[in-house]
Design a protein around this ligand. Structure first.
Ligand code: NG1
Ligand code: ZN
Length: 513
């Protein structure tokens, strides 16, 4: 089997992952040495995949995704055919360094995770690396920890509170401060479907710490019931089926807000049923629009010269893009995969990025934080309150990577500040009917795209055929791209009515047969 380090790191059936774990652990240690002993993370998880799968991803020293150059080295290290070949490659990648490698490890709650984590530690011992194992953590928690350790050179684990305690302190203090600034102290109710994954652990902690400000109710929250992990529940299930998860079917209270996170808690989506029991999804596009609209108001009130923009992918619903254009908010469209969105978000003082499926966060630039901490002139009460709210949000929202838990609190902060409920949020715009389907093809590598994956360059002639079909439906759009995580091609189509979206989708799929 050939491993390829993709957007989700390495993922496969857990029994096939040993070489990938060995290669990635070696890559993490070598990367740390290259960066003179900065801490690098190894997280063992397969997110929303079935329980029999597992995976491994490296967290770079800034707390973000692994640099491109190391993705390739990691792929090479995982694909060696013998121990001696591995040793040769390690020597090749080893920069002359006297620094010891520093690595932190974490895992999700799959039954195979402890075994894979132990294997990772054996390799770290062989490479004489220093390491700390955080056990069960969400992927974004380990990203946050890596960022904390490297950002604060004086941070030392023995003398400071444990990083996870600081993580909860940071989120909860910011949320409590925001909550206390609300004009009406309404304690919201939110039911969260935890996908029976690792996210149920921190959510239990948050529900205890924030019990005076949120009535947080958890369902599908048995992290030990691994056979139910992601089974008919979780963010991916709810987004793709557009229906409630198991244990909430027929139990949803009309107009009350619900959320689902995925198996490693790096994505979240919200939903509710109206009084006619109609199900409404509040996906990543809606989270993005809610947050950016509120942030824009705060920036205006602060009277600080701060740029604010949104990053989307081609999968963002056309109505959300039109809504942003109407608000005059700059939009950048990037290729699929959070690393592309994250990178583009750095073009703004405040960059809001979300994939439609709920991966995302809000980045506050160093320049923006400097301005917020050092406003130049005397401030009015309104300006001070806006600056304080922006600072609290920058503490609340995970700056390393999209985090279901901090995104959840950010959404509740905005809804509470605006005195909005789920219906108010939904009424911001109407989604264009759409369809996303997966098509099996003989060789997906022949599908080459351009323009942030919105147009095909190859196979030659196919894009013109798609354009002709699109031209025959009102307000429509369709694009085809090869998946980066599955052996399939994805076809997206949207149009003015569900019937025309379905027709367009079927016709574009027909072009691929
Ligand atoms: P691919 O398989 O490349 O479409 C999918 C998701 C991405 C992202 C990655 C995981 C869609 C359409 N695509 O990518 O948004 O979540 O998995 O990093 O949802
Ligand atoms: Zn995930």
């Amino acid at each position: 089997m050939k491993y390829i380090y993709g957007t989700a790191g390495f993922r496969a059936d857990a029994s096939l992952l040993y070489a990938a774990i060995i290669g990635s652990t070696a890559a993490a240690a070598l990367r740390s040495m290259e960066l003179e002993g900065k801490t690098v993370g190894v997280i063992i998880t397969a997110s929303h995949n079935p329980v029999s799968d597992n995976g491994v991803k490296i967290i770079d020293a800034d707390g973000g995704m692994l640099s491109m150059a190391w993705e390739e080295k990691c792929t090479n290290l995982a694909n060696v055919s013998s121990k001696s070949e591995l040793d040769i490659l390690i020597k090749e990648y080893l920069v002359p360094s006297t620094c010891q490698a520093s690595v932190v490890i974490g895992m999700d709650t799959r039954p195979s995770s402890p075994r894979l984590s132990e294997l990772s530690k054996v390799i770290l011992d062989e490479l004489s690396a220093s390491y700390k194992d955080y056990g069960f953590v969400t992927t974004p928690q380990l990203h946050w920890i890596v960022r904390l350790i490297n950002q604060n050179s004086t941070y030392s684990i023995p003398s400071n509170p444990p990083p996870l305690v600081l993580y909860y302190d940071s989120l909860c203090n910011a949320y409590i401060n925001i909550f206390s600034s609300f004009t009406v102290h309404h304690r919201p109710t939110l039911t969260v479907d935890c996908a029976n994954g690792v996210g149920s652990l921190p959510l239990k902690e948050l529900s205890k710490r924030l019990r005076d400000c949120i009535d947080l109710r958890l369902t599908n929250n048995d992290h030990l019931a691994s056979k139910y992990l992601n089974k008919d529940c979780g963010a991916d299930y709810v987004k793709t089926t557009q229906s409630p998860p198991v244990n909430l079917l027929d139990k949803m209270v009309p107009n009350q807000l619900y959320a689902s996170i995925d198996g490693d808690a790096d994505r979240i989506i919200f939903y509710f049923v109206d009084k006619n029991k109609k199900f409404h999804l509040l996906d990543g596009d809606r989270i993005s629009i809610l947050l950016v609209s509120f942030l824009k108001i705060l920036v205006q009130k602060s009277r600080l010269p701060l740029s604010i923009g949104v990053i989307q992918t081609a999968y963002a619903n056309g109505s959300s893009t039109a809504y942003l254009k109407k608000l005059g908010i700059p939009i950048i469209c990037t290729s699929t995969g959070v690393k592309h969105l994250h990178h583009a978000a750095k073009n703004f003082d405040i960059g809001v990025y979300f994939e439609a499926n709920g991966h995302g966060t809000v980045l506050f630039s160093q320049g923006c934080l400097h301005k917020l901490h050092n406003p130049s002139t005397e401030q009015s009460n309104t300006e001070t309150a806006a600056i304080d709210a922006l600072l609290q949000l920058s503490q609340l929202i995970n700056q390393a990577i999209g985090d279901a838990l901090s995104d959840m609190l950010a959404v509740l902060s905005v809804l509470g500040s605006l005195l909005w409920d789920a219906t108010g949020w939904l009424s911001m715009y109407d989604d264009l009917p759409n369809k996303l389907v997966k098509v099996k093809v003989a060789d997906r590598s022949v599908f080459v795209t351009t323009d942030a994956e919105r147009r095909l360059v190859k196979p030659v002639g196919l894009q013109e055929k798609i354009d002709n079909l699109v031209a025959s439906y009102e307000d429509s759009r369709s694009f085809v791209r090869a998946s980066g995580t599955e052996d399939a091609v994805r076809v997206y189509a949207e149009a003015k009515t569900p019937k025309s979206a379905a027709e367009l989708s079927a016709k574009v799929c027909g072009l691929l047969q």
